[in-house]
Design a binder for this molecule. Structure first.
Ligand SMILES: Cc1cc2nc3c(=O)[nH]c(=O)nc-3n(C[C@H](O)[C@H](O)[C@H](O)COP(=O)(O)O)c2cc1C
Length: 239
């Protein structure tokens, strides 16, 4: 029915169309679902550059990583906090791509720091702003004891120098992928959590991923927006 050159032309056209559709999906940085409200400038705290000169090897970090539930007293430095946050959700590439992969670059995760003993930070809740690598103060005052209660009394939650709380806005991902987006969000929390574990190992700090807590108590305690749900609490402290 077709001669050879028509067949080659049609095949080439199909490849171009499929390739174009794929590129559109990969590069689709329509940020309408991930757009962030502007940070409140009065509550902004700048973080030190997260770059490091003394890394252990990746293999060492993976091999040595363990969940640590005993912490010594002592502050976490701002530089250490900066590097933990960068590893979890820092911006690392063009198009504001981040340290952990995200389905369709929809970035549903929000990272909060309940600071207890962090150099130069008053106890309180801070939100990490990947754009600009900044902290924004959300609440003032210690949250450790109440967070420990909300985490079913797990004592180490109350003993860390800080707790990282990873929350998610599911709609950012389900808006593009419907119901399947839910599983993508859960996968993504795992990626970010593992990066925190490995960076903690690299810094000689201890952490543990805590999934057992009362969702609504944590949400209320942190005064999270309605569209954000807490998924992990990760206490961090000196070993
Ligand atoms: C999804 C998930 C939820 C977890 N929740 C808790 C928790 O609530 N409390 C806790 O002490 N450890 C928790 N852990 C840590 C595991 O107990 C720990 O990873 C496991 O014992 C293996 O030890 P390792 O991390 O030292 O290799 C959780 C881990 C995962 C992956």
């Amino acid at each position: 029915m077709f001669n050879r050159s028509t067949f080659v032309l049609i095949t080439a056209a199909i490849i171009v169309v499929i390739g174009g559709l794929w590129l559109l999906e990969v590069n689709n940085n329509d940020n309408s679902m991930t757009e962030q409200p502007e940070p409140n400038q009065q509550k902004i705290i700048e973080l030190p550059d997260p770059s490091s000169e003394d890394p252990i090897s990746l293999e060492e970090a993976i091999a040595e990583r363990r969940s640590i539930r005993n912490y010594r007293e002592g502050e976490i430095s701002r530089s250490e906090l900066s590097r933990l946050l960068w590893a979890a959700q820092g911006i690392t590439g063009e198009g504001d791509k981040r340290a952990a992969p995200s389905a369709g670059a929809t970035y549903p995760l929000e990272l909060y720091i309940a600071a207890e003993g962090v150099e130069g930070l008053e106890p309180g809740l801070y939100r990490y702003r990947p754009e600009g690598h900044l902290l924004e103060m959300v609440l003032s005052g210690s949250l450790s004891n109440e967070l420990q209660d909300a985490a079913l009394g797990q004592t180490f939650v109350g003993q860390g120098s800080l707790n990282l709380i990873i929350a998610a806005d599911y709609q950012r991902t389900t808006g593009r992928y419907d119901e399947r987006g839910e599983r993508y969000v859960h996968m993504e929390v795992g990626h970010a959590g593992q990066n925190i574990y490995l960076q903690a190992e690299n810094l000689g700090l201890g952490t543990v991923a805590v999934g057992a807590f009362d969702d609504s108590r944590v949400k209320e305690l942190l005064d999270l927006p309605d569209d954000q749900d807490p998924l992990y609490i990760m206490p961090v402290g000196r070993r």
